[in-house]
Design a protein around this ligand. Structure first.
Ligand code: NCD
Length: 349
């Protein structure tokens, strides 16, 4: 995996086309390998992965822990309610405790945007070899979710060779609460980097107009965009205008806990205007898959019938693909850190 430049993984804005290709290729390899029980891969043997989730999580945390275990890493997990945080210890001091115990990778989720990045900077300044993988920070970024969504779409469009090229020229709609969604932001970087055109759809309170320029300049602190040509982003207010001609639809949870004010008049009104159903999907003009990062508010973002229709709804597929995608990230970070590439040979083979 020569060429992997990312010591820490904080944001997808810095990912090049080659980075996406490397992640997807490895994820596909891990997905098709039997990697449980005695057949675990030894790649991260002797390494310690700590999952520090200062915000609740079901999928992301267990997915990272399973991914680490399948690569034979030791895993430690932290939960705020039973920790010294409740005694007033700071987040950074908490993280340093895990570093002192020898953690090689910290997977960090926090409600504040700056936390994983700040931690990465502190570790670098202190000369520590520990790396940080952002498990979701504030409204900013959720790189592993963006990548597993990309992998899921690539597998859908090109099951035999799920590479970034599978997304080239595809039109993907992202519907709902874009403003409060770190998942949407990571998807915007990933999808446009692979040449997909994105149509965003939501009310102005959840989707400000300037999202159409989201990928036009790199974020502060990054000097250039490593992707030469990106797909486009269009903002639409009505599903009737957003859905015709799309190849896939991603809908997002209403982030009620991240809304500072009463942005929505009612959930039933939201469902009426932006909720997906079998009927609504006919607007696409073809049968298209539906994605959602979870957790889903049944009957709000989509009908229960649609959520349970596995022939259309890829929610479970996304969860399944999360494990090999996160294995790929952990593997690439470990490979970048060591002189020799960690072994991909299964223990029993
Ligand atoms: C997302 C998150 O936490 O940002 N969930 C996830 O990681 N699967 C989206 C959400 O909370 O709605």
């Amino acid at each position: 995996m020569n060429g992997w430049q990312h010591r820490h993984i904080i944001d997808l804005a810095s990912f090049s086309s080659e980075d996406y290709a490397a992640v997807l290729e490895l994820a596909e390899r891990f997905r098709s390998l039997p990697v449980t029980g005695a057949r675990k891969l030894p790649a991260l043997q002797g390494r310690l992965v700590a999952t520090l989730f200062f915000e609740p999580s079901t999928r992301t945390r267990s997915s990272f822990e399973l991914a680490a275990k399948r690569l034979s890493a030791d895993v430690m997990s932290f939960s705020p309610s039973s920790s010294s945080l409740s005694k007033g210890e700071s987040v950074l001091d908490t993280a340093r405790t895990y570093v002192a115990m020898g953690a090689d990778v910290l997977v960090v989720r926090h409600r504040s945007t700056a936390v994983p990045e700040q931690l990465a900077r502190d570790l670098d300044a202190a000369g520590e070899r520990t790396v940080v993988l952002n498990g979701g920070d504030g409204l900013h970024s959720h790189p592993s979710q963006g990548l597993l969504d990309l992998f899921t779409l690539a597998r859908h469009f090109a099951p035999d060779h799920p590479s970034p090229e599978a997304l080239q020229g595809k039109r993907i709609a992202i519907v709902g609460d874009i403003l409060h969604s770190r998942v949407a932001r990571s998807n915007l970087w990933a999808l446009t980097a692979c040449g997909a055109d994105v149509v965003l759809c939501g009310p102005p309170s959840l989707l400000p107009d300037d999202f159409s320029a989201f990928v036009e300049s790199p974020p502060p602190g990054q000097s250039f965009d490593p992707v030469a040509q990106r797909g486009t982003i269009r903002v639409e207010r009505k599903l009737e205008r957003a859905l015709p001609g799309v190849d896939a639809v991603m809908t997002l949870r209403l982030q009620k806990e991240r809304m500072g004010q009463q942005l929505l008049t009612s959930l039933s009104r939201y469902h009426r205007d932006y909720g997906l159903s079998h009927d609504r999907l006919k607007l696409c003009g073809q049968l298209v898959p539906v994605l959602h990062p979870g957790p889903v508010n049944r009957g709000v973002e989509m009908t229960s019938a649609l959520l349970d229709d596995l022939s259309i709804c890829l929610v479970e597929e996304q969860v399944r693909n999360g494990v090999p995608t996160r294995m790929a990230l952990l593997y690439l970070m470990a490979a970048a850190e060591s002189a020799a590439e960690p072994s991909l040979v299964s223990r029993s083979s």
